[in-house]
Design a protein. Structure first.
Ligand code: MD6
Ligand code: FE
Length: 211
């Protein structure tokens, strides 16, 4: 069943957040991030198989994947430069929905071209699981899949649309999740930047325990 706002997933929250004007402003900020830190094609640990999603980051730490594994790193794997700061409009979302008294350190920026997807995974490379992961969507709709803390747990699908926020916190912090597919042509927001459209997802995370 699609399009559920699951009532029975403690710690999971999904709702519209950014207005159309805010989405345009956020997209311009993300575009500036990608000018300083270009999208690159990450590869899976061991196999070296490329992701279909392109990635970049902002914040003091960025999430990277290469043949050696997944980790957080302070610099871009291709340019070697520090990641640009997280734009204020994105930090504001964390401040209003995270319920966590310290700022995020990492903002992973994923770009999905129309055929891209992201397999079922857990966000478990952080050391502070008391902070939620806050996710924002811009551009085309997608089908997001959410399960439980074990890979074999049943999953449900829901549609994330441009401007939505989704939060994985408390009992849902380590829930498996992924993106089954993009629905091409459902948004014009990215048109001036990516003529084929697609979707951008931002995931904000606290990586280290605050001192
Ligand atoms: C995406 N999202 O929406 C991928 N992770 O493109 C994630 O992997 C994710 O939405 C942690 C918390 C929320 C998420
Ligand atoms: Fe994730």
């Amino acid at each position: 069943m699609d399009d559920l706002f699951p009532p029975d997933c403690p710690g999971f929250m999904h709702r519209p957040h950014w207005s159309a004007a805010e989405q345009a402003e956020a997209l311009a900020a993300v575009r500036s991030v990608a000018e300083a830190a270009p999208f690159y094609v990450p590869v899976m640990p061991r196999s070296g198989r490329p992701f279909s999603v392109r990635m970049t980051n902002c914040g003091s730490l960025g999430w990277v994947s290469d043949r050696n594994g997944y980790r957080y790193h302070a610099t871009h794997p291709v340019t070697g430069a520090p990641w640009p700061p997280i734009p204020p409009i994105i930090l504001d979302v964390w401040a209003s929905v995270a319920g966590y008294p310290h700022p995020p350190e990492a903002c992973l920026v994923n770009y999905y071209a129309p055929g891209a997807k992201l397999g079922l995974h857990q966000d478990a490379d952080e050391t502070d699981f008391t902070a939620p992961v806050v996710s924002l969507s811009l551009g085309d709709d997608c089908r997001f899949r959410l399960g439980g803390p074990a890979r074999r747990d049943p999953t449900r699908a829901m549609r994330l649309v441009s401007g939505d926020v989704a939060v994985l916190g408390s009992e849902s912090r380590l829930a498996f999740h992924g993106v089954d597919r993009i629905y091409p042509g459902t948004s014009t927001l990215l048109r001036d930047w990516f003529p084929e459209g697609g979707r951008i997802n931002l995931t904000l995370r606290r990586v280290t325990k605050p001192a």
